[in-house]
Design a protein around this ligand. Structure first.
Ligand code: ZN
Length: 104
């Protein structure tokens, strides 16, 4: 498992545009199976529903985050895992621009 600076380094190095849209690798900071929609998809901490929620778009069978600015360039395929919740701390590490917000 990657932690702290290693995560940042992985994300900084790997912004892939080879498929015509920008992606970053999806990293779980706490190992968990599946994606509980009440929990952060990275650290698996429970989310507070009263707060503004952030979501990320997972593609490539769950291997990559898709940048929201490139939604129009992405054609949904069998690897499209759709949207998952991400906690505020993990969203900051990932980069808020990689998330969309939902009002409570
Ligand atoms: Zn988290």
């Amino acid at each position: 498992m990657l932690e702290g600076k290693a995560i940042q380094a992985a994300w900084n190095d790997v912004q892939d545009v080879s498929q015509g849209y920008t992606t970053k690798p999806y990293i779980q900071t706490t190992p968990h199976s599946g994606t509980d929609d009440q929990c952060c998809c990275m650290c698996n901490k429970p989310l507070r529903r009263s707060r503004q929620q952030r979501m990320v778009h997972l593609i490539d069978g769950g291997l990559s985050f898709l940048h929201p600015k490139d939604e129009a360039l992405y054609t949904s395929d069998e690897g499209d895992m759709l949207w998952f919740f991400i906690g505020p701390d993990c969203a900051k590490k990932l980069g808020l621009e990689w998330t969309i917000t939902l009002e409570p």
